[in-house]
Ligand binder design. Structure first.
Ligand SMILES: [Zn+2]
Ligand SMILES: [Zn+2]
Length: 344
């Protein structure tokens, strides 16, 4: 039996680099030889046990790029040898969200490396609908982080309906928030106000085009409303803290939109009169993951040089160094946007 390396989460708090059987593809599925897989804050939550996997053991990893190595029976639509970025969401294939190619919003959605075997491994099996071709000019490390660290904020920006030239506030300058700043300022030409308590993260956001950066705190909403003369058009919450959602809403102009991306099990605490939400016609929107079409758009933005992600991968680790890669992600060293594990 053929085996492969895989980072296996055996139970909350315990992971190991194991040799496990190479998975076999079913109909409509492909085997991807993983070239690179990013490490995400949600991997930290899984290892810590604050997020629970569908079952244990589970192969970690949901930010992958690689090369199609084999196809399942009766599988068409992609060729063996194609370099790909892998959409980390698999839907039921039957519901309205899946019909409109939004598996990330399917009620039965599975996430790679959480609800099904993930991509911190030499090989990965996914439905071919998850595969987005990657041109040779886009390195595997960049292709990998596109699938979540870049695509998740891109989807959130789409869900905000923000248009070029409008004003956006971004709360939380980790991997996702920093890429939101870069896309909003650099691709859409929005005026961006970036909020984070870490001075180094604020410096990086300013270098990526944020017009104004603010330390987190009580005064943020008042400052934003003053600076924007009445409130921002949109605000994004990437922190995962219920109180910041309330602050983000208070930053908005009438009919402004707050998009929440940060995940928290705690209850919302908007700290706002219900009549304020009504009379200002505010919108509060959740956003999760991205679609394959958005991932393909991002690949195109990078391939054509309109989005420069060369500063986004701070370190590349070997599979045996997963603990170090996880520690760097957990510490959220300011400036370390994303770390990637290479399987080549
Ligand atoms: Zn993630
Ligand atoms: Zn579905």
């Amino acid at each position: 039996m053929q085996t492969m390396r895989a980072v296996l989460l055996t139970e909350p708090g315990r992971f190991e680099l194991a040799e496990i059987p190479v998975p076999r593809p079913g109909a409509g599925e492909a085997v991807v030889a993983v070239d690179a897989c990013g490490v995400c804050g949600s991997d930290v939550h899984l290892v810590d046990g604050s997020t629970v996997a569908a079952e244990y053991p589970v192969v970690l990893g949901h930010e992958a790029a690689g090369t199609v190595a084999a196809l399942g029976p009766d599988t068409t639509g992609i060729e063996v040898g194609t370099r790909v970025a892998v959409l980390p969401y698999v839907g039921c294939g039957r519901c309205g969200r899946c019909w409109t190619r939004q598996p990330q919003a399917c009620a039965e959605r599975k996430v790679l490396g959480v609800d099904m075997p993930g991509a911190q491994a030499d090989r990965l099996v996914v439905p071919t609908g998850c595969l987005v071709p990657l041109p040779d000019t886009v390195p595997a490390e960049i292709g990998a982080i596109l699938t979540d660290a870049v695509a998740t904020p891109f989807h959130a920006i789409r869900r905000s309906h923000v248009v070029p030239g409008e004003t956006a506030v971004v709360f939380g300058l980790g991997g996702l928030g920093m890429h939101a700043v870069q896309i909003l300022a650099g691709v859409l030409g929005c005026e961006v106000i970036a909020v984070d308590p870490r001075p180094q993260a604020r410096e990086r956001a300013a270098a990526l085009g944020a017009k104004l950066t603010l330390d987190a705190g009580r005064q943020v909403a008042r400052t934003v409303v003053a600076e924007t003369r009445g409130g921002a058009d949109v605000a994004f919450e990437f922190v995962g803290h219920p109180e910041i959602v309330g602050t983000a809403l208070r930053c908005l102009r009438p009919q402004g939109t707050c998009v929440v991306v940060g995940i928290s099990p705690d209850r919302l605490a908007l700290g706002m009169r219900q009549e304020t939400l009504v009379s200002r016609e505010l919108r509060l929107v959740g956003s999760f993951g991205c679609t394959a079409a958005e991932l393909a758009e991002l690949v195109d933005l990078v391939a054509t040089g309109r989005l420069d992600l060369t500063g986004s991968v701070s370190d590349v680790y070997a599979p045996g160094q997963f603990a170090a890669a996880l520690a760097e992600t957990r510490d959220k060293r300011a400036g370390s946007v994303r770390v990637v594990v290479s399987y080549r």
